[in-house]
Design a protein around this ligand. Structure first.
Ligand SMILES: [Fe+2]
Ligand SMILES: [Fe+2]
Length: 292
């Protein structure tokens, strides 16, 4: 179990090295870049629109908490987390040009969403609850990473987009304990964790669903039979994501839960190795990424 002010057993000595994503996106990328699957493509496109704003929110939240963190190991961990997250936002933001070149109108989604989340909701949310909300989104990122990497759901994706998502997901696994451990150092941590989950889980899937539907509508794929059979396969048959998502979400609500009770660090390592091959490197180590 965690003890306030200290990192959790299972969290120590975990490497969180930041890397820069260097692959370029082509304006001729196929519209259904995720193996021809319109649903998975647009679900992940919605994620790409949410990431830059979201990761800015993590960074502002943790920077506000940093002066109150006295445990040196936790300070190093948070500093490394901030470096990784900063790179994710930048990597996904570069992808927006590709989406616009494909003819999608994206500002009508991300501008009102970002305004609501970060101009209206963020200033009225107390810092401990913000930390709990970030911890919950980080859990969602980590279990999506576990499923997408573990089931190789991106195996047929266009190489640069496969690299973008697999790199991001791998790093979500590498740092999945950081904000959870910060939350665990706060008084009232379990009540905060539950409140954060009740707020974040419906909001996350509402926004992801709305974003995906908007892309499908613009793509004229919304009412195609193929789209909905892909949704069914992803949720209920081939990938079983409905059942698996519920399991991961309920796990987070258990009082004794810790992210590293599921040790999937090998999935992260394999993905980073795949995208660091000397012949096609998509990642470059960021200097000083291990400094506090
Ligand atoms: Fe991230
Ligand atoms: Fe993260």
């Amino acid at each position: 179990m965690a003890s306030p002010g200290n990192t959790h057993i299972g969290s120590e000595n975990r490497a969180i090295p930041a890397r820069r994503f260097t692959a370029r996106f082509s304006e001729t990328t196929p519209r259904h870049w995720c193996g021809g699957d319109p649903f998975l493509t647009h679900f992940l496109n919605a994620y790409t629109l949410l990431v830059p704003g979201n990761e800015g929110y993590y960074i502002r939240t943790l920077k506000l908490r940093m002066p109150r963190i006295s445990d040196p190991a936790m300070r190093v961990m948070v500093a490394q987390f901030l470096l990784q997250e900063g790179q994710h936002g930048a990597g996904h933001h570069r992808c927006w040009r590709m989406l616009e070149a494909q003819g999608y109108q994206i500002a009508g989604f991300h501008k009102p969403v970002d305004y609501f989340l970060y101009r209206i909701l963020e200033p009225i949310t107390p810092l401990p609850l913000r930390i709990a909300m970030v911890s919950c989104v980080e859990h969602v990122n980590a279990y999506m990473a576990h499923e997408f990497l573990g089931q190789r759901l991106l195996r047929d994706a266009t190489p640069e987009l496969q690299a973008l998502f697999e790199w991001h997901f791998a790093e979500e696994i590498e740092h999945k304990h950081v904000v959870f451990d910060v939350l665990n150092s706060l008084p009232g941590r379990y009540a905060l964790r539950l409140t954060g989950a009740v707020l974040v889980l419906p909001l996350f899937y509402l926004l992801m669903g709305a974003g995906a539907l908007r892309f499908l509508h613009q793509d004229r794929s919304l009412w195609r039979r193929n789209t909905w059979s892909r949704v069914r396969q992803h949720l209920f048959s081939r990938d079983h994501m409905f059942r698996r998502t519920l399991k991961h979400a309920f796990n987070y609500l258990r009082p004794g839960f810790h992210p590293w009770e599921l040790d999937d660090s090998a999935l992260a390592r394999e993905a980073i190795e795949r995208h660091s091959l000397p012949e096609h490197p998509a990642l470059r180590p960021l200097p000083h990424s291990r400094a506090a």
